[in-house]
Design a binder for this molecule. Structure first.
Ligand code: TUI
Length: 314
């Protein structure tokens, strides 16, 4: 059995976290992951505070196991959403797209574990001073808003730089990836893309189809010129966005083109003119499974991979 310090820290059975995906990290998905022994995470994304609170209540009705909420620091509702998370005494908070230091003391006071997503050693080191409980090191292979270092290079460098457990994210979707992450020094994995193609994920059928059809080179990064790079499946929107940004269009024009496009793809199934955010590992995903099967499979495979690796030592 694979047990790590993250299992003890978070009170979970398996060291597997679900990425906190905007629009797709619903109470339904998070509850399924938590019930299966991982850590399910509500993706607050751009949720207004009342919607966020309702989603937490929905999750609490479905599971009494530990869960988390991901707060996207670029959200227009970030302050109100943080207040809701404090009031609801959410057991684990993960953050993305920024530095959560100002909120850490308030969460520490009520015993909430704070686990920021980082994409560089510099930010990881800076956050340590605030007393965070662990970090999620996310490689550029991930979907959505990403940094520029690969998981393979980022994980060992973060592991060496911090004295808290490291959770690996980006490009992990099966037991081989999980074993590799543990070999690099990570204590757990976080997966987004794998859970998008789960039975419990509410993504529109077209979105799931696009992910299942994707190949290794199907994703591109948009926003390379804006400072907010976002990995999505290459489609009409991606090409329009890239030609606009490389023609020197003003920031407002890019913002207008990107506004609302994740919802369009994820909920309405607009996979040509919407943002199909997904990681590079999409090329390996060919089936839709229940969350419980995803978690059991990856943990069993990782264990097999690690045991089999002994055979290369002579
Ligand atoms: O946050 C994510 N992934 C996301 S958020 C998102 S919602 C969105 N929608 C439209 C446009 C943009 C975003 C979709 N995917 N992952 C966590 C993550 N955080 N990845 C990278 C970072 C990051 C990057 C720079 C964290 C901190 C950072 O530095 C900030 C600083 O202040 O130093």
């Amino acid at each position: 059995m694979i047990k790590t310090d993250i299992c003890d820290l978070l009170g979970i059975e398996y060291p597997v976290l679900q990425g906190g995906m905007a629009w797709l990290g619903t109470a339904e998905l998070a509850a399924a992951v938590s019930e299966a022994g991982g850590l399910g995470i509500i993706g607050a994304g751009h949720m207004p505070p009342d919607v966020f609170r309702a989603e937490i209540h929905k999750l609490k009705e479905r599971t009494s196991k530990p869960y988390g909420c991901n707060i996207m620091l670029m959200s227009p509702f970030v302050n109100e959403v943080m207040e809701v998370a404090l009031e609801e005494r959410v057991p684990v908070i993960t953050t993305g797209a920024g530095n959560p230091s100002t909120w850490v003391p308030a969460f520490k006071e009520i015993g909430t574990k704070v686990i920021p997503v980082v994409a560089s050693v510099l930010l990881a080191k800076r956050l340590l001073r605030g007393g965070i409980d662990a970090v999620i090191a996310e490689g550029t292979e991930s979907g959505g808003h990403v940094g520029d270092i690969t998981t393979m290079c980022l994980i060992p460098q973060i592991v060496d730089a911090v004295d808290v457990p490291v959770i690996a994210a980006g490009g992990i979707a099966d037991g081989r990836g999980m074993a590799a992450a543990l070999a690099l020094g990570a204590s757990a994995v976080q997966m987004g893309s794998r859970f998008v193609v789960s039975e419990e994920c509410i993504a529109h059928e077209n979105y799931k189809e696009a992910v299942l059809k994707a190949k290794d080179r199907s994703t591109v990064m948009t926003g390379l010129t804006t400072g907010h790079p976002v990995r999505i499946i290459e489609n009409l929107l991606a090409r329009k966005y890239q030609s606009l940004e490389f023609s020197g269009a003003p920031k407002e024009a890019l913002e207008n083109l990107g506004a609302g496009t994740l919802r369009k793809a994820a909920i309405e199934g607009e996979t040509k003119n919407g943002s199909v955010m997904i990681g590079q590992i999409a090329g390996m995903l060919t089936d839709v499974k229940p969350c419980a099967t995803i978690i059991q499979d990856i943990v069993r495979e990782a264990e097999e991979v690690m045991l089999n690796l002994k055979s290369v030592i002579r």
